[in-house]
Design a protein around this ligand. Structure first.
Ligand code: ZN
Length: 150
């Protein structure tokens, strides 16, 4: 007992990091739908294709890169009550993914004045809230990604 070498500890730490990275990669996927009849892509999932009214849609993985198409600034009611709206306006944007579909999303990790049409962004999975069973709910938000993807 108690004979832990530095090498064993190092290996354990390395393994954990790799495992976390793999799980992270999985969480980064954006799952959309591809219409098997006309080839249109949608995000998020759709059951019926608005392009051809087909119901032959299959899940597909979309690249998490896109460009800001329109910007909206929202004030969170709780922030207004607390007088914090000047500090943290919520920035919501319509982002066009590189593969075509548009998604309405929160933009985070960016100064609100720096958000403009044409800004390159990338989806990241974030903890949204804790459920009653203490599991975290994850969802995507977009962050600036200058020079990435394409
Ligand atoms: Zn279609």
């Amino acid at each position: 007992m108690g004979d832990f070498s530095a090498e064993q500890i190092y290996r354990h730490a390395t393994y954990s990091t790799v495992k976390a990275w793999r799980e992270r990669k999985v969480r980064y996927r954006l799952e959309g739908s591809r219409c098997q009849d006309c080839g249109s892509l949608y995000f998020p999932h759709r059951a019926v294709c608005p392009g051809c009214d087909g119901r032959n849609l299959e899940p597909c993985e979309l690249k998490p890169y896109g460009t800001v198409h329109e910007v909206y600034r929202h004030l969170n009611p709780a922030q207004v009550v607390m007088g914090l709206q000047e500090l943290h306006p919520r920035v919501v944007a319509l982002v066009q993914l590189d593969e075509g579909p548009c998604v309405l999303t929160d933009l985070v990790e960016v100064e609100p004045d720096e958000v403009r049409v044409g800004l390159r962004v990338r989806a990241e999975m974030r903890k949204l809230r804790r459920e009653s069973n203490s599991n975290w709910m994850y969802g995507y938000k977009f962050v600036p990604a200058a020079g990435e993807g394409a």
